[in-house]
Each structure stands twice: as C-alpha cells, then as structure tokens.
Design a protein around this ligand. Structure first.
Ligand SMILES: [Fe+2]
Ligand SMILES: [Fe+2]
Length: 253
C-alpha cells in the first residue's frame, strides 16, 4: 500500500518521529530495524518485501535504511502500521519469552531445519552447477558459496548448542563470572559467523537475480532455487531471533 492510499496520515515531529493520528503506533526514524522487528515480528514481512535486511543489517536505523534504498520512510511506516494494526499474540511475541525457552525453540525449529536442509541443498547446488554451469556460470559460484555456508553453519550451530546456549541456561539458574565471560565472548564470535552466512546467501540471491529460473532451467533447477529461497528466508528469521532478541538479553545477564 502507498502512503497516499493509507487511512493513516502522519505528522512529522522535530525529533524525526513519525506518529499516526490515532496514537496506536509510533515509529521513530532513528529506531534500528532489528528493534522494530523484535518488538513485533509481523513487521518482518514488510521489510522483506522491500528488500530490507532486518537480521544482520538490523542495527541500521529505519531512516538510514530507507535513505540507502531510496524508499520513502512514510510509505514504509504506513505499511508497518497496517501490518501491526491488531494486538500481537503471545505465541508470536518472541521478545516476551524466557531465554531458555527461546534457546530451545531456536534449536528445535531453525537448527533442525538447517541440519535437514544442508545435505539436500548441497546436492542440488552441485547438480545444477554440473548440468547447467556451462550456460549459467553463476551456478558454479552458487555451489561454491553454498558449500562454504554448509561448513560454516555446521560449526556455528555446534558452538551455539554446545557452548553458548548451555552457558545461557546455567547463567539463568546460577549467575557466575565464568559463564558470563563465555556468553560474551561466544556472542562476539557468533555475530561474525552470522555476517558470513548472511553475506554468502545475499550474494547467492544477487547473482541468481533473486532466484529467477531461466527459460532453459529444468525441474531440478527450479527445486534448487525454491529451496535456496526458503533457506535464506529461514536464516533471516533465525539470525533475527539471535541478533536482535536472544544475544542482547543474554549479554546483560
Ligand atoms: Fe542459531
Ligand atoms: Fe546463530
């Protein structure tokens, strides 16, 4: 929806605050994107549709991101307001969950999905590179990048499940300096690993033109691109839950 077609009309306040006249929602142009999504996950679809990174790029402000993308802050704000017009259900309110439950949720949904998807996607990306690489050389790069994502994510999930998440749970039960140190050093490392995986998937998205299957693409080509898109979308949600909700809270335990 566009700003002009919206039922909401905004006034601009001196401190770069956009506010709708029914006072139900307030968005600050200097609020980080990740914080907006952490407050209400329904805003993620608005940012995804606009091609805005809310996980690894979540520290950038709404205003800064819109300026970089050449998007109107007013248009995005109107869409955010529409997406969040009804009260959020507790089941979607990740920010309100206990951290030990959030760790378990991430492992049982996103980590499980990744471990199930990696072998399949590694096979498909290699297969289409072998069959179509001569006509579509970008597929060789896709296979190479995904192989790196496979290696890096296996190690990354292991560090979270064996070191970081258990330290968070021990810290919740019995605060101590050893676990506090482990949590902080692990989180610092995890951010770099998220940037690597997110960046590799960004590049795959870019060089495949947003997973666009060419006219000569076979069924395997189509399946591979559909699964890659699903994988990237899930990674965005997963990294968002960690970078914007779990890690900031765990860092202050
Ligand atoms: Fe994770
Ligand atoms: Fe992670």
């Amino acid at each position: 929806m566009t700003f002009l077609s919206s039922y909401y009309f905004f006034i601009r306040l001196p401190q770069e605050i956009l506010i709708d006249l029914d006072m139900s929602t307030v968005y600050h142009s200097n609020t980080p994107i990740g914080e907006i999504v952490a407050n209400d996950y329904r805003t993620a679809s608005v940012f995804s549709s606009a091609g805005i990174d809310f996980c690894c790029g979540g520290k950038k402000s709404l205003g800064e991101t819109c300026a970089e993308k050449g998007i109107s802050v007013e248009d995005i704000t109107a869409e955010l307001t529409e997406a969040t017009a009804t009260p959020v259900s507790y089941a979607q309110n990740f920010k309100a969950w206990n951290l030990d439950f959030l760790c378990d949720y991430i492992v049982n949904t996103h980590h499980k999905y990744i471990m199930e998807s990696l072998p399949e996607l590694k096979f498909y990306t290699r297969k289409i590179a072998e069959v179509h690489g001569a006509n579509h050389p970008e597929l060789l790069k896709v296979a190479e990048l995904f192989s790196q994502v496979d290696t890096e994510l296996r190690q990354h999930l292991g560090h979270e499940e064996e070191d970081l998440f258990p330290a968070i749970k021990r810290m919740l039960a019995n605060p101590n300096e050893t676990d506090r140190g482990t949590i902080r050093s692990e989180i610092d490392r995890m951010h770099g690993e998220h940037d690597f995986a997110g960046g590799a998937m960004d590049t795959i998205n870019e060089i495949t033109n947003g997973y666009e299957v060419p006219a000569d693409g076979c069924n395997t080509y189509q399946v591979a691109f559909r699964l890659l898109k699903e994988f990237e979308d899930d990674l965005h949600t997963h990294v968002h839950l960690e970078n914007n909700i779990l890690f900031p809270k765990a860092y202050t335990l």
